[in-house]
Design a protein around this ligand. Structure first.
Ligand SMILES: [Zn+2]
Length: 83
C-alpha cells in the first residue's frame, strides 16, 4: 500500500450496429454485458465504449464529466447507494 488516495470512475456506453446504428442504447455498469448478450441472441454486431477517469490525491470529486454516480459505482463493483 502506498497510501496514495486514488479515485477511479468509469462511464460505459454500448450499442448495436443493426438496431441503432451510430447511437448508444445501453449505459452504465450493465452496458457491456447487455451488448454481449444482445450479440448472443441476435448475431448483431455490438460495441462498447468505456471512459475512465483516474485521479491521485486532491479534493474529492463527484465524478468525471458525463459520468453518473450510479454508473461509476456499479462499474467498480460498489452497490448502489441506499437512500
Ligand atoms: Zn441489434
Amino acid at each position: 500500500m502506498t497510501g496514495r488516495p486514488t479515485r477511479v470512475s468509469r462511464d460505459v456506453k454500448a450499442g448495436c450496429e443493426t438496431c441503432w446504428p451510430g447511437t448508444a442504447k445501453w449505459f452504465g455498469g450493465q452496458a457491456q454485458g447487455t451488448a454481449a448478450q444482445h450479440f448472443d441472441k441476435t448475431g448483431h454486431a455490438t460495441w462498447c465504449e468505456v471512459y475512465m477517469h483516474v485521479s491521485y490525491g486532491g479534493a474529492p470529486k463527484k465524478t468525471a464529466p458525463g459520468v453518473s454516480p450510479a454508473a461509476a459505482r456499479a462499474f467498480v463493483g460498489l452497490p448502489p447507494k441506499v437512500r
